[in-house]
Design a protein around this ligand. Structure first.
Ligand SMILES: Cc1cc2nc3c(=O)[nH]c(=O)nc-3n(C[C@H](O)[C@H](O)[C@H](O)COP(=O)(O)O)c2cc1C
Length: 165
């Protein structure tokens, strides 16, 4: 699948088969995440990954909109470390780029994934940080698994939003 096909194929998948996803496949997604651009190449991110039921349950309690972790094989929490980018304030965007790379890599490798936003909602960020024991700021919880649904395409090209100037 080329990059444009993966972009077009990507959808938020919220229903997953009861099938395990190997750690190697998650590492492929993390490799894609860490190829994302970041301001001054500061890479202000960390990734907390788990396929353990108790960890996913703790995240779901902390972040009720991430209930889809019930059927997902893995939770990947993308956490920001703003202090690694002291002179700039682009870490939210850097982490968002990493999240999108995870979603595209999932689509391109036959996995399903869904972005569940954390930052800037408080106390959600604090609760998720407590649940996973991280010192950074949880920007997003990404649910990953073998898709058990194929949502219809939502994205489309809208010329009204385009301004060639
Ligand atoms: C910042 C952000 C936060 C989101 N948070 C959630 C969430 O908490 N729960 C959820 O089910 N989907 C969440 N989504 C997924 C969106 O609902 C989804 O991307 C949107 O409906 C478009 O559908 P698509 O991803 O299939 O194109 C989030 C997406 C973004 C970008």
């Amino acid at each position: 699948m080329d990059v444009l096909e993966a972009i077009a194929a990507r959808r938020s998948v919220r229903k997953f088969k009861k099938e395990a996803v190997g750690k190697d496949k998650i590492e492929t997604l993390l490799d894609a995440a860490m190829h994302a651009p970041s301001a001054v190449n500061s890479r202000p991110w960390e990734f907390y990954c788990s396929d353990k039921a108790e960890v996913k349950a703790a995240i779901m309690t902390a972040h009720p909109a991430s209930k889809i972790l019930e059927t997902a094989s893995w939770a990947i929490v993308v956490c920001a470390r703003p202090e690694w980018q002291p002179k700039h304030n682009y870490w939210q965007q850097d982490c968002a780029a990493a999240v999108e790379n995870i979603l595209l890599a999932a689509a391109g490798t036959g996995l399903g994934a869904c972005w569940c936003g954390c930052y800037p909602s408080q106390p959600r960020t604090d609760e998720v940080a407590k649940a996973i024991g991280c010192t950074g700021i949880p920007v997003a919880v990404v649910a990953v698994g073998v898709p058990d649904e194929a949502p219809a395409a939502k994205g489309f090209y809208d010329p009204a939003r385009v301004h060639f100037i």
